[in-house]
Design a protein around this ligand. Sequence first.
Ligand code: SF4
Length: 691
Amino acid sequence: AEMRKDRIEKTKTVCTYCGVGCTFDVWTKGRKVLKVQPQHDSPANGISSCVKGKFGWDYVNAEERLTKPLIRKGDQFVEVEWEEALSYTAKRFNEIRKAHGPDALGFIASSKATNEESYLMQKFARQVIGTNNVDNCSRYCQSPATQGLFRTVGYGGDSGSIEDIGKAEMVIIVGSNTADAHPVLASRIKRSHKLFGQKLYVFDLRKHEMAERADKFFRPKPGTDLVWLSAVAKYIIDQGWHHKEFIDKWVNDFDKYYKSLDKFTLDYAEEVTGLSKEDLIGIAKEITSVDKLAICWAMGVTQHQIGSDTSTAISNLLLVTGNYMREGTGAYPLRGHNNVQGASDFGSMPNVFPGYESVEDDTIRKKYETAWDVDLPKKKGMDNHELIVGIHDGKVHSMYVKGEDTAIVDANINYVTDAFKKLDFFVVQDLFLTATAEYADVVFPASPSLEKDGTFTNTERRIQRLYKAMEPLGESKPDWQIITELAKEMGFDWGYTHPSEIMDEAASLTPLFRGVSYDLLEGYNSLQWPVNADGTDTPLLYTEGFHFPDGKAKLYALDYENHYDTDEEYDLHINNGRLLEHFHEGNMTYKVPGLAHEQPNSFIEISQELADERGIKEGATIKLISEAGEGTGIVTITDRVHGKELFVPFNDNGKSAVNFLTDNSVDKDTNTPAYKEIKARMVVLTKQGKS
Ligand code: SF4
């Protein structure tokens, strides 16, 4: 460590922000990050990176970093030694389990942490505590996309590589502000669109950069994407334009599916979505005129009460038109965090072990019982949402949250923080004293990606290694080490000395990762799961059939009922999303001076039309009030939003979080909060900004 201080070193790492999974060499001198340099060998990004990956690293030295464990004593946090923090936590977990049973405890893994750390969080919950109450933040974003793909094609992952999207003749983006949220992936589309004539259609509420660039931009009414997707599929089949050969060979349940489309006529779709019949016919024609169609989608689809169904409708449309099994075709749910994909893949979910093997399957469970030498719970556990409800209901008494600022990013913050206040014992593990950590009894100081080894899995199922570029700050430790030490304190001596040993264990237990090893992942090498025992991987997910016993995909029948609308009292629809310069709740990026300078404040985007109606000007201060809560912000008038639809960035530096407004409504199939269904009213506090 001493040597490291004065030497300039070059270390390969993986970006800690979005799910594109850009890799670079990071040049450091001691703790100082000198520069970040993408490589030609970088599989996802080549020599590109965005402003966050390039300049977003100073948070590792932020003065707010935690460097010692904290224990709450009265109203105060007191710095303590690791030994005390670990033994106190072990004691309290044991007491709570004894008093209320193992299911009184809940565990949240982090989609920012490594695959190995996700593996250990679920192992800790299952083996050490004896509960399946473990989840991760993909519950907040992408679980509905995964569900839609499970139903139709079998695997919950992008069907090809990011590079493949560039090869599509046509790309449709639904509910994704790709240029801000997945910048380097967006640049592949921009390039193909500009230079090679790739067609680009965008469906969104907000006219963001990709919408501006698109050949056609459509604005369906909030929450109605399922309807246009199904109506277009119906029209295609009615015209006989569907891919009959592909469907005969590769797809089950066509008749049942076609019957379910009865109600999705053009008239019905026009009425529900607001898109004209001519537009819908035009979309159907365009889709069937190309040979290779890829559809990308994100939170604008998933964070609705019918997020899983809408994701399913996307996959249905791809199946009807034969757009799977070839490069340049397929389904691309764009994963938000750097390791959203991996956190679920490695088993931090209440219903599955690593590799999506069911906890309720006796043979699978036996495999883990033998490997871990304990009896394991037979029933699936509680997800994020159920855990919070469970605290209110008196069923859950203790939580351990790692690398997730639930008190900002979960829906209905008032409800969530009221739950935290009721916990008997609460452990938070993070880089900073976050809004969530304020409610904790014990806070473990964790180390960020630059301070540890491990692997992340990006949106294209690509597993990539990151290497330690600097020592952990102060007494902070990598998450894998903290969990390993806590398990030991509770009587389970796992004995890991390096994350590679954790990966070896996961690979030995999980068919999906069978051939994964650190040797094969050396440097810029990477593997896209499933990885066979001989180390061969799977860039294109479906080549010889789909992930079902007979190798055939399934068309999945769907219905639609109007489930969300604004009304007279709450007459505004509030949309929310990311900004280019900031990530997630902003805990890291707002501590990077350059990024904070570029985009220092949150704001509320409103249309000129609404501004005129309410008599307000640029810079006005308004309060938004929903049934769940309220938030105040500064108005900016733009043409990105229209009518009574507003946009609030959700990275807000913790000051006026949009999740004060969101409520407890969730996707009916996955419990993902319906973050994109906020109706609110406005109170004008000042009519214009200070001049
Ligand atoms: Fe990082 Fe995503 Fe930007 Fe790439 S596109 S540098 S992964 S934030």
